[in-house]
Write a protein that binds this ligand. Structure first.
Ligand code: NAP
Length: 300
C-alpha cells in the first residue's frame, strides 16, 4: 500500500486525511499549527517534523494549503518537500492555486524525478467529510491512474482533465459558476426580503425547479439562520476569484459575471468579512444600505 504524507490539516485537509486513514493508507501528517494534527494522531497517523521528512518517508505527498505562495513555501522553502523527494515519487497538490505556477512547480519537481498532479477539489467541508468531493486532476495520465485509489478514498466524481495545470483550470471554471450562483442566491434572498415574502416557503418553492442549485440548498438555509461560520471563507473565495481574474487575462475575452463577483468579494474582504463563510456576501448590503435588518431566523 502507498505510504502517504499529508500536509495541511485545515477545514478540508483534516477530514480528507481521516478518510485516507479509514481507507487503510499508512499516513504521516504535517501541519504548520501542530495542534491541528491531534485528531489524526488519535486515529493512528504519525506526525512528521517537516514537509521534507514527509517526502523522505512517503511514496506520495499530498498538500492542501491555501494559496500559490503557500504551496511554493511547502515545496521549496528550507525543510520543504523538494529537499526530501526522490526518483519515482509523486506530489499531489489539492489546494486551489495558479495553473501557471502549477506547471512551473511540476517542471521543477521533475528535475528530481518527482511527478506532480494538480488535483483541486470542490464540494466543501461536507464533501470532504462525506467523501463526496469532486476532484479535477491535471498531470500525466499514467500517474493519475497510479493515484486513483487515493482519490477514490477522498472523493466521488474524479475527473482526469489533461496535462499539468488543467486540474486548476477546471477548478477555476467551477469557481466562476459557483460564485455567480452564490450571488444569484444572495440577490434572490434580498428580493424576498424587499418584497415582504416569507423566506422558508419561498426557498422551498424555488428549490425544486430551474432555480435549484448547490448554493441554494446548502447556503440559503445558513443565511436564513444567521449562520456565517466558514465552510469556505470569504478570504479563500476572494483568493480564488483573483486566480480567476489572472486566468481570464491569460485566455482573453469578456467575462462580465466573473468580473462582477470578483469585485464584490474583494469589497467584502476590504470591509473585514474575510474570516466569515462566503454566504456572508449578503452582509455587504446589510452594512452598506443600513436599511436592511440582519437576516432573522426563518425570515428575511
Ligand atoms: P484552511 O482551513 O485555512 O486550511 C489551510 C491549511 O493550510 C492549514 O492547515 C494551514 O496551516 C495550512 N497552510 C496555509 N499556508 C501555509 C503555509 N504557508 N505553510 C504551511 N501550511 C500552510 O483552508 P481550507 O478551507 O481547508 O482550504 C484549503 C484549500 O482548499 C484552499 O486552497 C481552498 O481554496 C481549497 N478549497 C476549500 C474549500 C472549502 O470549502 N473550505 C473547498 C474547495 C477547495 P495552519 O493550520 O497553520 O493555518
Amino acid at each position: 500500500m502507498l505510504r502517504v504524507g499529508f500536509i495541511g490539516t485545515g477545514i478540508m485537509g483534516q477530514p480528507m486525511a481521516i478518510n485516507l486513514l479509514k481507507a487503510g493508507f499508512p499516513l504521516m501528517v504535517f501541519n504548520r499549527t501542530k495542534s491541528r494534527c491531534e485528531p489524526l494522531v488519535a486515529l493512528g497517523a504519525a506526525v512528521g517534523r517537516s514537509a521534507r521528512e514527509l517526502a523522505e518517508q512517503s511514496d506520495v505527498v499530498i498538500a492542501i494549503v491555501s494559496d500559490t505562495s503557500d504551496v511554493e513555501q511547502v515545496l521549496f522553502s528550507e525543510g520543504g518537500v523538494w529537499h526530501g523527494v526522490r526518483q519515482g515519487m509523486t506530489f499531489i497538490d489539492m489546494s486551489t492555486i495558479s495553473p501557471r505556477a502549477t506547471v512551473q512547480f511540476s517542471k521543477r519537481l521533475l528535475e528530481k524525478g518527482c511527478e506532480m498532479l494538480d488535483a483541486p477539489v470542490s464540494g466543501g467541508e461536507r464533501g470532504a467529510r462525506e467523501k463526496t468531493l469532486g476532484i479535477m486532476v491535471g498531470g500525466k495520465r499514467d500517474v493519475f491512474d497510479r493515484c486513483l485509489t487515493l482519490f477514490q478514498a477522498m472523493g466521488k466524481t474524479i475527473t482526469y482533465a489533461g496535462p499539468s495545470g488543467n486540474g486548476q483550470k477546471t477548478k477555476l471554471v467551477n469557481q466562476v459558476v459557483a460564485a455567480i450562483n452564490l450571488l444569484a442566491v444572495v440577490e434572490g434572498l434580498r428580493l424576498v426580503r424587499a418584497a415582504g415574502l416569507d423566506a422558508e416557503p419561498t426557498v422551498r418553492a424555488i428549490s425544486s425547479g430551474a432555480a435549484s442549485s448547490w448554493m441554494l440548498t446548502n447556503l440559503a438555509p445558513k443565511i436564513l439562520n444567521n449562520d456565517f461560520a466558514p465552510g469556505f471563507s470569504i478570504r479563500l473565495q476572494s483568493k480564488d476569484l483573483n486566480l480567476v481574474t489572472q486566468f481570464i487575462a491569460d485566455v482573453g475575452g469578456q467575462f462580465p459575471g466573473a468580473q462582477l463577483v470578483s469585485s464584490l468579494f474583494a469589497e467584502a474582504l476590504r470591509r473585514g468579512f474575510g474570516e466569515a463563510g462566503n454566504q456572508g456576501l449578503i452582509n455587504l448590503w446589510n452594512e452598506a444600505g443600513g436599511q436592511e435588518p440582519p437576516m432573522a431566523s426563518g425570515k428575511v
